[in-house]
Design a protein. Structure first.
Length: 501
């Protein structure tokens, strides 16, 4: 089957019947439910742009399994170029949607499982990798969107999975049968699930021997029996019911649209199980997946920074202050911070490497640095966007007032910008900035792909402090400085003795 267009993707969702709840009610028609539709439109962009020749390099790839052209969101990276094109794709889609387009989590899951199952089979003599390649072929042939499900509810964070009072705080295997396994538990904060075709489930942390039942990885269709999806709320989410302006980005939403996924004794056939008890590989899968996802953030979030920077500049022009040295300084700051994060994403891609499986992975230290920078700098560039926009970002009347026959004329008059400009457009631009700079996008930049502590743990582990200590010791002469001796023709003792004498 060929790649799907945006429209075909949306129509493909109509064939699925996931058990979805939102606002206390069952949602039977996911596609036309107004609270979901902006997220669906954003995900549809990952399909639509792949159909356009001008985006072919970023949005498509050649499958290593079939030799066919596929959507890059189903591709296992085969080169450094693939890694670089992936983050270019993220920035492009961030610019086109100004929000989370969701499909990357599944992409990173596919790559993480591909790499890990290869290593697992070498050590344990299992056959997960070949089974996974079959599954990947199915995903590529049908251009499917996968929700990547990693975060468990975790209960008492000081306890390991098997120590929890309630064993369901982490997804675990409750039964092994001849034809498959039965799993129970939940995954929380999972992006894009209501509008995905499939869910790929991975462990959320490294697991010890006593946690073997929790070391499980599998894929299921989103409408599998006994799976329930409960949709999360976001700041100002119901504004999308109010029209086109107040939501700010009514076309594509605020963040990804996250769900709690409940697995209430879900059966998974063996051909869709890619880890079952190999606890010694749970940590590798988590790190590989997380590395990929953290490398993305200097792409997608920088695409968002491009939008908010453009919106702030628009506001400055509309206020007649675009030439003010203060505004120009703020604008330059915004661009400088965003491009710093972009440089990080490019660097961790260019410094990637080939894994045993033949697939390529990013440089994990630099990927974690990328995400850590995003956790800080997103707040900073959004703060500057708020500064440029002014206090109206939190005081504007509603779209209904703007359209009111009684008071609309006052809003049009008193909230206008420089002569000749449209007050409606101005209010809409303020709302876009509010949506991006005040709403759920901020904590998403902090906690998405793992909280800052998770990045610092990995950076700490890979920071190579011993080597750096040795470098410092060489500078003060605790260790021999071979090159200094070459330059001076003397040992350090001989060199300094001349000053002392
Ligand atoms: Fe993709 Fe960024 Fe959304 Fe993660 S936060 S799913 S990388 S768009």
């Amino acid at each position: 089957m060929a790649m799907m267009s945006g429209k075909e993707y949306i129509e493909s969702l109509r064939k699925l019947k996931p058990r979805v709840y939102a606002f206390g009610e069952r949602v039977e028609n996911v596609v036309d439910y107004p609270m979901f539709r902006p997220h669906i439109n954003a995900a549809a962009m990952t399909y639509e742009l792949a159909m356009h020749p001008e985006f072919e390099q970023e949005m498509t790839a050649i499958s290593n399994l079939t030799g066919e052209k596929i959507n890059r969101f189903t591709h296992v990276h085969q080169s450094i170029d693939d890694l670089v094109n992936k983050v270019k794709m993220m920035r492009l889609l961030g610019q086109k949607t100004a929000t989370c387009f969701q499909r990357c989590v599944g992409l990173d899951g596919l790559n993480g499982v591909y790499i890990t199952t290869y290593d697992m089979d070498r050590k344990h003599g299992t056959d997960y990798h070949e089974k996974f390649k079959e599954y990947l072929r199915y995903v590529q042939d049908n251009d499917l969107m996968l929700a990547g499900a990693m975060s468990d509810p975790k209960g008492d964070r000081s306890l390991r999975p098997h120590q929890q009072d309630d064993p369901d705080m982490y997804v675990h295997v409750v039964e092994k049968k001849d034809d498959g396994i039965v799993v129970r538990g939940a995954k929380a904060h999972i992006t894009g699930t209501v509008n995905a075709h499939e869910i790929i489930v991975m462990p959320t942390r490294a697991m010890g021997d006593e946690d073997k039942d929790y070391a499980v990885c599998f894929a299921v269709p989103v409408d599998t029996e006994n799976i329930t999806l409960i949709f999360g709320r976001q700041t100002n989410d119901t504004r999308r019911l109010d029209g086109e302006i107040d939501a700010g980005n009514a076309k594509y939403g605020i963040v990804g649209g996250e769900t709690l996924i409940v697995f209430d004794d879900v059966f998974v056939p063996w051909d869709r199980v890619f880890m079952c008890g190999e606890n010694d590989f749970a940590g590798q899968l988590v790190e590989t997946f997380a590395g990929f996802h953290r490398s993305n953030y200097g792409g997608c979030k920088v695409g968002l920074a491009d939008v908010v920077t453009g919106a702030a500049f628009w506001m400055a022009e509309n206020n007649g202050v675009e030439k003010s040295p203060y505004i120009r300084d703020l604008m330059a700051e915004m661009v400088g911070m965003a491009e710093t994060c972009w440089s990080c994403s490019l660097a961790c891609s260019y410094q990637g490497s080939k894994t045993n499986s033949g697939a390529y992975t990013i440089n994990p230290l630099l990927a974690n640095v990328t995400k850590l920078n995003i956790t800080r700098l997103t707040y900073e560039w959004m703060r500057l966007a708020q500064d440029i926009t002014g206090g109206q970002i939190i005081t504007l009347p509603s779209e209904k007032d703007l359209r009111s026959p009684e008071v609309g004329k006052y809003i049009d008059k008193y909230f206008g910008g420089k002569a000749g400009s449209s007050t409606k457009d101005r209010i809409h631009m303020v709302r876009l900035i509010e949506n991006m700079a005040v709403g759920a996008g901020l904590p998403e930049a902090l906690h998405g792909a793992g909280s800052p502590q998770a990045q610092k743990m990995m950076i700490g582990r890979r920071g190579d402090f011993e080597t750096k200590k040795g470098i410092a010791e060489t500078i003060i002469g605790v260790k021999p400085d071979k090159y200094f001796e070459e330059i001076t023709g003397k040992t350090e003792d001989e060199y300094f003795a001349e000053f002392r004498d």
